[in-house]
Design a protein around this ligand. Sequence first.
Ligand code: CP
Length: 305
Amino acid sequence: RRHVLDLDDFSRDEIVEILETTASMKEVLGRPIKQVPALRGKTVVNMFFEDSTRTRISFELAARALSANVVGMTGKGSSVEKGESMIDTVRTLQALGADILVIRHRESGTPYLVSQHFRGSVLNAGDGRHAHPTQALLDMFTIHERLGRLEGLNVVIAGDILHSRVARSNLWGLATMGAKVTLCAPPTLLGPTAYWTATWPNLAISHNLDDCVDGADVIMTLRLQKERQESGLLPSLREYSRLFGVNAARVARAAPHCLVMHPGPMNEGVEIMPDVATSAQSVIEAQVTNGVAVRMALLYRLAEA
Ligand code: CP
């Protein structure tokens, strides 16, 4: 594999291998010297054209832990501001010796365009509402680490599915791994459910969070993407929070071992209540921590390819 653009072309075996490589990388990060020479002499460019804290910093830490040369760029302050096209930007980075491009962009599909004009590897760090494959892999790693399996688990993904690249990539990944996924959202914030249910027999759709959290093994709630809402999609914030907010009463309906997840950043008090976010069942910080090891695993595998 040369690129990681989404999980839609990943097999079960490949996901298992990545999760195993991630466990090895986590061991490296547990050592007193958290660095191995695997990417010595390689150059990784982190192109972040949309805001990010977790993904940008964990990709940087991951590349450094593998001894790569790491360079960061954003739209602001680069020649993109002077009107340089994405294709010319990629050619320029190639001429400067980049081996791996990590890209986040607000437009869905940009990493695919970049991959067509770059001779090295491209890693999608989140494109528009389309895909966030490294987030889904770190989510799957975290679930597997805590619950010991993915197959057969009842995973509820709740909230603003329509705008969520995290939901889409998790749906591909979790369904491929044999989890039973329920997407729960207001009808206006769901997306192409007919296509999804035709694609995955292990997928259910719900508009009632109380019903679908019953006995759940994982509740993954999503950030309400206020910046991407069009008029009429969203009930009032108060109503949304009442109907789709993950609170302690809803978590109590789930299995006793149920994990509460959120990709971050959170709107506390909207899609998740503060006491739930910091409860013993919350693995939100573990998700962030595992992001470094997952990104190390992917950079390592691409550099080997
Ligand atoms: N989950 C996630 O992608 O967070 P950031 O936007 O902070 O990278």
